[in-house]
Design a protein around this ligand. Structure first.
Ligand code: MN3
Length: 240
């Protein structure tokens, strides 16, 4: 096997390590109508926002929503498609550049995944956890109030740009809270995000300026725990 064949096989195998899980997950979530991140040809696509840009006022202003959705999330989708193209080109002619584009794809695709979840995690109606989600929150964190304290503190204190994440970890069959730096660092293998909090400055700076803590506190008015519960149900079905 020459270097090019090796890299092609590695890409396929590497993809096999990641893509079936994500494909199955996407298929499962697609059935409940939440996420569709790729088209039939494997190109990344951005779904429309599930509500108008002013839907989350006053907690999230329409201008921030417009810029965030169109240029930050939308930009990541375009860039992820370019990364895929560059990886294919590198396999044909320039394998020494492949590590650069592989890192970029992790970064941009992770941004696409987290933003796609984030929009559906928000609602202009107050919600709170119930059913299996509430039962697991109480089992894993003690109470809903303790989880709120935990995820707020986690989100407020991320170094630089990143995300506070509540996820279902199938390897321990438990909910986990963690800090993600950028879009892809400090995660755990296997975890499926069910509620994500974007604390990149672009998510709040127009309205909240440097007050990230005020933004995170305000977000608790618009977190959609019903969507998180649906995501938990999908994750449990997928991994059982
Ligand atoms: Mn963002």
């Amino acid at each position: 096997m020459n270097r090019k064949e090796f890299l092609q096989n590695s890409l396929i195998l590497g993809g096999a390590g990641v893509l079936p899980v994500n494909s199955v997950f996407s298929a499962s979530i697609n059935e409940s109508g939440m996420d569709k991140l790729v088209d039939a040809n494997g190109n990344f696509i951005q779904q429309s926002l599930p509500y108008p840009e002013n839907h989350l006022e006053p907690y999230m202003d329409a201008e921030t929503m417009h810029l965030h959705f169109t240029f930050h999330h939308g930009g990541a989708v375009k860039a992820a498609n370019n990364d895929l193209k560059k990886i294919k080109e590198a396999l044909d002619s320039n394998p020494e550049t492949i590590d650069f584009w592989t890192k970029k794809l992790c970064y941009h695709f992770s941004s696409h995944i987290l933003h796609s979840i984030f929009w559906t995690n928000l609602s202009n109606k107050p919600t709170s956890p119930s059913g299996e989600l509430l039962r697991r929150i109480e089992k894993d964190f003690g109470s809903y109030d303790k989880l709120k304290t935990y995820i707020a503190a986690t989100s407020k204190t991320i170094d630089g740009n990143g995300w506070g994440i509540l996820g279902y970890q199938p390897y321990s069959d438990s909910l986990m809270v963690f800090q993600c730096e950028n879009h892809e660092k400090l995660t755990q293998w296997g975890v499926i995000p069910i509620l994500v909090i974007d604390v990149w400055e672009h998510a709040y700076y127009l309205k909240y300026k440097n007050k990230r803590t005020d933004f995170v506190d305000a977000l608790f008015n618009i977190l959609n725990w019903e969507n998180a519960a649906q995501r938990l149900d999908s994750a449990l079905k997928l991994t059982k």
